[in-house]
Design a protein around this ligand. Structure first.
Ligand code: KIV
Length: 266
């Protein structure tokens, strides 16, 4: 029997200076691979809107769709912690929405925690969810649900004033009860300062090497999404090319009458 990664384990990893590994997954087979690889945390990210549903940005994905994907991932996760990503408008309007929708990830999706985007403006939601026994990972810096305000996927916290505000947000979210904090697309030195000043672990995605852990979108890591590749992504495989080759070969063999052979027939 495998033991599950817990919030307490992640806090201990930070204290013991062990890096935390996190990656997204959206369905059973990919979650199985991630879990077998020994990754600490699986994020059922709202990035699935773009990499699975083929949408332009993350805004349209619904709570029902997120819970559906979380359920598939949870079925595969034996040792990894599963985090459900709160989609746009599932928590911004009220703390009641946040608790009800966050609770759905735990109750229906089999997740162990949730993630939401935003700084001080969502501190009340973080507090309310934490009080309702829903562990919350926060997410600041480049927050893709704010794409229309930010005017694109741009590096954040570059001016002194913006950096100061992000550091304040980080502390407010920690005080509100967040057990961890994602830092997306901010200067490495700022991420270091935030990491040093918080007791909770920071997880970087374009946050440089000093964060307590790292997260990436699995479709970027294995080369399945090529609409755009951010600077912070490292591609470890090129599965789209391999899959394309396999399907082309299958087509060729069917057309040529080479498949199925005797060994595939009854
Ligand atoms: O939706 C997502 O996948 C994310 C991250 C990669 C942090 O929010």
């Amino acid at each position: 029997m495998n033991t599950k990664m817990t919030v307490q384990d992640l806090l201990r990893k930070k204290r013991e200076k062990q890096k935390i590994t996190m990656i997204t997954a959206y369905d059973y087979p990919f979650a199985q691979i991630v879990d077998e690889a020994g990754i600490d945390v699986i994020l059922v990210g709202d990035s699935l809107a773009m990499v699975v549903q083929g949408l332009e940005n993350t805004l349209p994905v619904t709570m029902d769709e997120m819970v559906y994907h979380a359920r598939m991932v949870s079925r595969a996760a034996r040792s990894a912690m599963v985090i459900g990503d709160m989609p746009y408008l599932s928590y911004q309007v009220s703390t009641e929405d946040a608790v009800r929708n966050g609770g759905r990830f735990l109750k229906e999706g089999g997740a162990h925690a949730v993630k939401l985007e935003g700084g001080r403006e969502v501190a009340k939601q973080v507090e309310a969810m934490t009080r309702s026994e829903i562990p919350v990972m926060a997410h600041i810096g480049l927050t893709p649900q704010a794409i229309h305000r930010m005017g694109g996927y741009k590096v954040q916290g570059k001016t002194g004033e913006a950096a100061k505000r992000l550091l304040e947000d980080a502390k407010i979210l920690e005080d509100a009860g967040a057990f961890s904090l994602i830092l997306e697309a901010i200067p490495a030195e700022l991420a270091k300062q935030i990491t040093d000043e918080l007791a909770i672990p920071t997880i970087g995605i374009g946050g440089g090497p000093y964060c307590d852990g790292q997260v990436l979108v699995i479709h970027d890591v294995i080369g399945l999404f090529d609409r755009f590749v951010p600077k912070f992504v490292k591609k470890y495989a090129n599965l789209k090319i391999d899959a394309l080759e396999a399907v082309r070969k299958y087509k060729e063999e069917v057309e040529a009458g080479d498949f199925p052979g005797k060994e595939h027939s009854f």
